[in-house]
Design a protein. Structure first.
Length: 91
């Protein structure tokens, strides 16, 4: 069963675009919380991570991945695909 993927974004954020692009290339569905559409998403993100955190912030299942660089690092390490598919034995 695929993992639930959530990403907090803001308008004009190149890192947000890059993270969404990688997820799209992996053909996985994700829920985007765009703070430009609803300003309450910024506070929701802070409540889940920490005040002052930068965009994007990415969650795969219940795991806080971090930002764009963290997502790409998981991919380079060969760990991202297993996380996206919910394969806990491979993580």
């Amino acid at each position: 069963m695929p993992a639930t993927i959530e990403i907090y974004t803001r308008p004009g954020c190149g890192y947000c675009t890059a993270a969404k692009s990688l997820l799209a290339r992996k053909n996985v569905a994700f829920t985007e919380y765009d703070s430009g559409v609803d300003a309450s998403f910024r506070q929701q993100m802070y409540d889940r991570v920490a005040p002052g955190s930068t965009f994007p912030q990415i969650f795969i299942g219940k795991i806080h991945i971090g930002g764009c660089d963290d997502l790409y690092a998981l991919d380079r390490a060969g760990k991202l695909d297993a996380m996206l598919t919910g394969d806990k034995a491979s993580t």
